[in-house]
Design a binder for this molecule. Structure first.
Ligand code: SF4
Length: 385
């Protein structure tokens, strides 16, 4: 039997999965863009997703590609907010890619996109400042999942060795899963694959579709987490940290390899005690395989958008070293000394609670690993095996 049928096998397309509204997402309009009606299976899936949001206005725009939907706004914040209220159903014909990071310690890696962007409202969102999202900030579901997985298969077979394919670079990896049921196709695909492995990053606490699946250990699930105060201040409309930790515990109990990404670490007032308590709780509750730490690292457009939301005197902006954005990879970060101090404190706490867990740093400069004597950890972070 072929692993990769040309007809989508998503249970939702066969009427076996009933879409549920995704937690925290209530689009006011659904745009049916290019590719959303080109097969019977896609039409059925689009129809079932529409049924989950009966109040939403439906716009048929079959000639427009997913990234060209006109939202009728030019001000960046108004465009961004309109995008977050708009669900685009479409196809994506270049959804499997290899990253092209330069100027920081990150290895390049494979990633794939059955979704685009996300429904959450993190004020610091780095993705919101990237070229693709800045001009097209809608929430997207790509209906051609079978073709996307077939492309993952081709890439993995060319590589011929165990390779991670990351879901979470250009989207939240799980936030829209209640709507699509895609995990019930994606995880069995990776479970059956000889070499392709899934790494997925999310802030969602809804793991209802995942827990009964036979994953064969081929799906590594990662959660972005932060202390409650940080989430309440900077991550509007996201699941509380308690709910995320409960999801992580449930995933670990179901045998999934579970990782955490603590990013961005934000040095709010009292941060040392706040992060210490948070990490102690996290590591005591969840059996983590790896924990990756990261700071703010935003392109100037993302910083401007954040300041439109929070004001220029917000706790992130006032601590940014803006000269950083003219260096290395063009992202603005906190000053080197502050980052180093934060990593040192957090690593110490992690090691006190768990001497074995792997620790990585995300989007850091190579000199930071030297300062922390963590040279061995370089390239051992969340997006890769
Ligand atoms: S979850 Fe990620 S992509 Fe979504 S708003 Fe937050 S930072 Fe941006």
């Amino acid at each position: 039997m072929s692993l990769f049928p040309t007809e989508p096998i998503n249970p939702a397309t066969r009427g076996e999965y009933t879409p549920r509204p995704a937690d925290g997402f209530s689009p006011s309009r659904i745009v049916l863009a290019r590719g959303s009606s080109s097969t019977a299976a896609r039409r059925r899936l689009a129809e079932s997703i529409r049924a989950a949001y009966p109040e939403a206005e439906v716009i048929e725009d079959f000639g427009t590609p997913h990234n060209r939907v006109n939202l009728g706004r030019s001000d960046p914040l108004a465009l961004h907010e309109e995008g977050k209220r708009t669900l685009v159903l479409a196809e994506h014909n270049s959804a499997v890619r290899h990253s092209t990071e330069e100027g920081n310690s990150c290895p390049n890696y494979w990633h794939f996109s059955p979704y685009g962007f996300c429904p959450y409202g993190c004020a610091y969102c780095y993705l919101a400042g990237t070229q693709g999202v800045r001009f097209s900030p809608t929430v997207k579901v790509f209906l051609n999942l079978a073709e996307i997985l077939a492309e993952v298969d081709r890439a993995a077979r060319r590589l011929g060795k165990p390779t991670a394919f990351y879901l979470g670079k250009l989207q939240d990896g799980l936030a829209l899963d209640p709507l699509t049921g895609y995990s019930r196709q994606i995880i069995p695909f990776f479970a059956a694959h000889p070499t392709a492995r899934l790494t997925m990053l999310t802030k969602s606490a809804d793991v209802g579709n995942l827990l009964d699946l036979d994953h064969q250990g081929h799906a590594i699930l990662s959660w972005t987490v932060n202390p409650r105060t940080v989430i309440e201040t900077f991550e509007k409309n996201t699941p509380p940290v308690e709910a995320r930790m409960a999801a992580m515990e449930a995933a670990a109990r179901a045998g999934y390899p579970v990782r955490a990404v603590v990013m961005p670490i934000i040095p709010i007032s009292g941060w040392e005690a706040i992060y210490r308590e948070f990490l102690t709780d996290l590591l005591s509750r969840v059996r983590l395989r790896r924990i990756t730490l990261g700071s703010i690292c935003s392109y100037p457009q993302a910083v401007r958008l954040m300041e439109q939301k929070l004001g220029r005197e917000n706790p992130i902006s006032v601590q940014l070293d803006r000269r950083q954005s003219r260096m290395s990879d063009g992202r603005a970060r906190f000053p080197q000394k502050l980052r180093e101090k934060a990593y040192r404190r957090l690593v110490r706490t992690i090691r006190e609670v768990n001497a074995e867990v792997e620790i990585g740093l995300c989007l850091e400069e190579p000199s930071m690993f030297d300062s922390l004597d963590m040279g061995d950890s370089m390239g051992r972070c969340n997006c890769v095996l």
